[in-house]
Write a protein that binds this ligand. Sequence first.
Ligand code: NAG
Ligand code: NAG
Ligand code: CU
Length: 472
Amino acid sequence: MKPFAFVLIFSVLFVSNTCSEVAQKKDPELLQCFHLCRQQQAYSESEKSECREMCRQYIKEKHRRGGACDTKVGETEKEGDEYPYVFEEKHFTSVVKSALGEIQLLQKFNHSLLKAIENFRLTVLVANPRAFFVPVHWDADSVIFVAHGKGTISLVRSEKRESLNVRCGDILRIPSGTTVYLINRDNNEKLVIIKLLQPVFTPGVAETFFGVGKESFFKAFSDELLQAAFKTESSRLHKMFEGSGEPIIEASEEQIRALSDHEEGGIWPFSESKGTINLFEQKPVKSNDYGELREVSPKEHRQLEDIDIGLAFINITKGGMENPFFNSKSINIGVVNKGEGYFEMACPHLSSGSSSRGTPISYRNVNAHVKRGSVYIVPPGHPVITVASKDQNLELLVFQINARDNKRFPLAGKNNIWKQIEKEAKELAFGSPWREVDEVVGKEDEDWFMKGPSQIHQEKQGGGAYIRMKTE
Ligand SMILES: *[C@@H]1O[C@H](CO)[C@@H](O)[C@H](O)[C@H]1NC(C)=O
Ligand SMILES: *[C@@H]1O[C@H](CO)[C@@H](O)[C@H](O)[C@H]1NC(C)=O
Ligand SMILES: [Cu+2]
């Protein structure tokens, strides 16, 4: 790397750091920094990418430091390049919270660009050891993924009950209206469940109905009708349905033993086929030194058919990346399960050039650093590259909406689409001899996952250059 050039870039940025600029729509400093990286003629592509990573680190550091523009920082972050595709911790609110656990609800997908998924909501449930969540039902269909730990989930209908011992990697489809209760059956580990809901009444609003608890829905009824329904005196009814008054209760070891005395595995409820679905146990669709992709698709699993949602688990090895690709039809909601990394995506919607007729189309680089708990949206057709950090694998759970007829089209790597184009079409389109085109599109032979920029840089420089530069 060229430390001197970096010093130059960052000193320019310090001079231009004024509040009015920070308040502008896009973080001008980040864009300016990217621009300076692009302009460095002496940089190779991987050095430019390293340079952009430095920009991100710098901006992050600046925001952490706060400073003169403190009050504007939140605004800048919200309207940075990642908006409206990236969500972080601050975009969640706690809807249930106690010392035993909580349920976090992600804000609505209410931006005009996210119209296609406005009727979905995402929640994350965290249950501490031995926490019992009281029975509730929702006016929403849902698909859940057990991201950590071990639990027992019971699904109740009038004619039957299914109780399942679930563990990390299990997927469960819960039909709307099903009464559900669950317990963390482990003595030490937390139970974490990621849930995607599709409301069936008010678009984008999933209501929780507590039968038991301080806010039991029975409280809404007149005593007269309650007494008639249960043939029991109303004061006794109120006391009973109030229960302990808490949505989460600690169970004893004996209670846990009794409640979790069931078969293991995510058995599909209320259906004839009782195949166990554990995402981690699926044979990888793609796998090499740089990462693994596993998937459960509505094509193979009837229970996901009507909701048309697939789930994928992507484990990108530290330093590696996923090839650039786009989805033909599905909208992906990625949730970082573990680790860190970043992604870049080309978006025509956010670019100023594409709005009026006659101006050439251009694509905005939407990018963000992502870590455990980050959520990001990748719309269909949008080319995207996801990269794991240098020192941690990036583990990503992806809900694929409209998954049934979706295809992933790789834009680089072993099976990239350019390889399918005839010689003549290549020469016409690229304006250079087809052999030259083939040389470029055929160079990377890894399938789907490949070396990321940090690994390539390390090889070229014999490693360590980046670290040295930062401390100089
Ligand atoms: C979307 O929802 C968030 C959080 O609920 C809110 O702050 C924001 O104003 C909403 N945006 C629109 C366009 O409605
Ligand atoms: C991801 O891959 C790493 C090895 O590269 C492995 O140790 C880890 O268990 C994997 N994660 C999951 C959830 O399979
Ligand atoms: Cu877009």
